[in-house]
Design a binder for this molecule. Structure first.
Ligand code: SF4
Length: 338
């Protein structure tokens, strides 16, 4: 039976490992961190149905119990090369080598670094936080402003590091619109008196039940939506954040003081994705992996025996990444039988 290496132990990597191991393949799952599911572990609830992220992590961990999966944590694969005998050689950051017949890359994404948007004051003013930090506040029920007090007003800003000329990312990160809606609802459930505003360019409610969630946020929870981009954030003497924006529906400039400004950061290609894409010569736009054909052959690459799945190709939701991983596992298993 062929051996398969999977690089990246996020939802996509684990799902693919589980499917392939059940098919009888000897699977080795490489992960550079010391634990699996790093990007999901600190999330509170998943849209659109508010499933607890901890339940998903637990379910995915159970899938790793298959004895045909060998886990190699703390192993950062930095190079991939096909040897003359058609075997893939994987090299880690410490110089160790591993060999397998086939490789599936699932190295995922990294959140946009909000420090790069200096005008929004992240890292300067304590009241400016990222969507990841808000997710942790919700999860651990510690929603406080920079003074450690319960906030009275919270503003969310969409498209931070996505659809943005300045950061060089013209693409939409796909999940941040619905994440803001979900977080605003979570906020109102915990702190019913808080005022929640979402500043948006467009609201992209592309998935099943997303539109309903958006309506629910307004009708049931009173979340307010302002079409416009925040141009600048600055700190006030009492630890709050003053924002300047333009309401593009009203055509009016706007100033608002808020306790928390939540930056909905987009997805970028992870360091591992960029590194391996470069090493193999199949890096696509914005550092994400390039598949052969996004319509009919989205799991294969131009290199024989090298496959890709999940957010190392482009931004996608967790359930889309898991489904993509299943598809990749099937394509990979069938390729061995061809
Ligand atoms: S999903 Fe929404 S917030 Fe995220 S980049 Fe796209 S339009 Fe902007």
């Amino acid at each position: 039976m062929k051996s398969i290496s999977i690089i990246g132990a996020g939802p996509a990597g684990i799902e693919a490992a589980s499917v392939l191991a059940r098919q009888g393949f000897a699977v080795t799952l490489f992960e550079k961190s010391s634990s699996v599911m790093k990007n999901v572990a600190d999330k509170a609830f998943l849209f659109p149905d508010f499933t607890a992220a901890a339940d998903i992590v637990e379910d995915m961990n159970k899938k790793l119990l298959n004895s045909n999966i060998t886990q190699r944590l703390d192993t950062d694969i930095v190079n991939l090369a096909r040897e003359d005998n058609n075997v893939w050689k994987l090299t880690d950051a410490k110089g160790n080598s591993y060999y397998s017949d086939l490789v599936l890359v699932a190295t995922g994404y990294t959140p946009f670094d909000a420090h790069r948007k200096e005008e929004l004051g992240y890292g300067i003013y304590g009241g400016v936080v990222t969507s990841l930090e808000m997710e942790k506040m919700i999860r651990y029920d510690q929603i406080v402003n920079s003074m450690g007090e319960r906030p009275r007003r919270v503003a969310f800003l969409q498209c931070v590091g996505s659809r943005d000329e300045k950061s060089g990312n013209h693409y939409c990160s796909k999940v941040c619109c619905v994440t803001a809606v979900k977080q605003a609802i979570e906020l109102k459930r915990r702190l019913p008196d808080v005022e929640a505003y979402i500043f948006y360019m467009d609201l992209r409610m592309w998935g099943q039940h997303f539109e309903e969630l958006y309506r629910q946020s307004q009708q049931e929870y009173g979340v307010r939506y302002i079409r416009g981009r925040i141009s600048e954030a600055s700190g006030t003497f009492d630890g709050r954040v003053q924002i300047k924006a333009e309401d593009t529906l009203m055509g009016l400039p706007l100033k608002m003081t808020t306790d928390l400004l939540v930056l909905m950061v987009g997805m970028e290609a992870s360091e591992g994705t960029r590194c391996l894409g470069k090493a193999c010569g199949i890096a696509g736009e914005y550092g994400f992996f390039q598949s052969v054909d996004p319509h009919l052959n989205d799991c294969r690459t131009s290199l024989d025996g090298l496959y890709v799945c999940g957010t190392c190709k482009r931004p996608m939701s967790i359930n889309d990444a898991v489904n993509d991983a299943r598809a990749a596992a099937v394509v990979l298993a069938l390729s061995v039988r061809d």
